[in-house]
Design a protein around this ligand. Structure first.
Ligand SMILES: CC(C)(COP(=O)(O)OP(=O)(O)OC[C@H]1O[C@@H](n2cnc3c(N)ncnc32)[C@H](O)[C@@H]1OP(=O)(O)O)[C@@H](O)C(=O)NCCC(=O)NCCS
Length: 229
């Protein structure tokens, strides 16, 4: 059984730490950071990328600057020199979630729990029939968290596959409610090419956040999410 590593990063650390993380970026990442106009977005990108480099360097026992990223067809980052180490990152609000595995593709998603969005409308528009039916029974005060549970599990799957939103969200259904162990998703359309199992699991990422991961399975468990550094 592989225990998949998971880390939670504070994207608004003290200035000295932010500056340290900013120095870890490659020239291309620096240029990308500098294109973000709002300073908060720029700082959070620097902290997420800098921390990702630190975590991968820790796992590979190399310098953070030695890491070179390559990008898949839909933009999923991989490691150019060490493709056997798979990883994924998600950021939302003041936090980033990072997962890494030596054996299998992994996807993570993190969402800041916010009020006011038209979650029922979004569910109606994007979710599959079994998910929409199950969510009909959820009362209004609980709806944002239940919606984000479904959303993060679906995104974690799409990010594990590397397709992002290019694969229709309505083609599969994730298990609802609290989910502390990996559980398989199901197909609502016939997709013979999706023969592997891709269990999803909820990750505790703090009161105001909803987190999820997905990895090619079976044979994995999620380690406890730990803060980085
Ligand atoms: C990948 C995607 C789902 C990200 O969703 P998001 O909720 O906005 O962002 P998250 O914070 O969860 O994830 C972003 C991180 O995922 C990673 N990522 C980028 N593309 C990815 C992909 N295709 N698969 C997995 N991970 C991806 C990156 O590390 C990125 O962070 P960074 O570039 O800032 O370092 C979304 O951008 C997407 O669908 N991209 C695919 C592009 C595409 O197909 N577009 C057509 C739409 S129909």
């Amino acid at each position: 059984m592989e225990a998949i590593g998971l880390w939670l990063v504070d994207l608004d650390p003290p200035e000295a730490r932010r500056a340290e993380l900013g120095l870890r970026l490659s020239p291309e990442e620096r240029a990308r950071a500098d294109r973000f106009i709002p300073p908060t977005v720029r700082r959070r990108f620097e902290c997420a990328r800098g921390s990702l480099r630190e975590i991968l360097a820790h796992l590979l026992d190399c310098a953070p600057s030695a890491i070179r990223f390559a990008y898949g067809e839909w933009g999923k980052p991989t490691l150019a020199e060490w493709p056997e180490l798979r990883f994924n990152l998600s950021h939302s609000g003041e936090r980033a979630l990072i997962g890494a595995s030596w054996k299998r593709e992994v996807g993570v998603d993190l969402e800041h729990l916010r009020k006011g969005a038209d979650f029922r409308g979004l569910a109606e528009r994007f979710f599959s029939e079994p998910e929409r039916q199950a969510l009909l029974e959820v009362p209004d005060p609980l709806f944002p968290r239940e919606f984000l549970r479904v959303w993060t599990r679906k995104e974690a799957y799409l990010k594990a596959r590397g397709t992002g939103l290019a694969l229709p969200l309505g083609d599969f259904a994730v298990p609802l409610g609290p989910l502390s162990n990996p559980r398989p998703l199901t197909w609502t359309r016939d997709r013979p090419e999706e023969a592997s199992s891709w269990p999803v699991q909820e990750l505790p990422c703090g009161e105001e956040y909803v987190g999820a991961m997905c990895a090619e399975g079976p044979g994995w468990s999620a380690r406890t999410v730990i803060p980085w550094p």
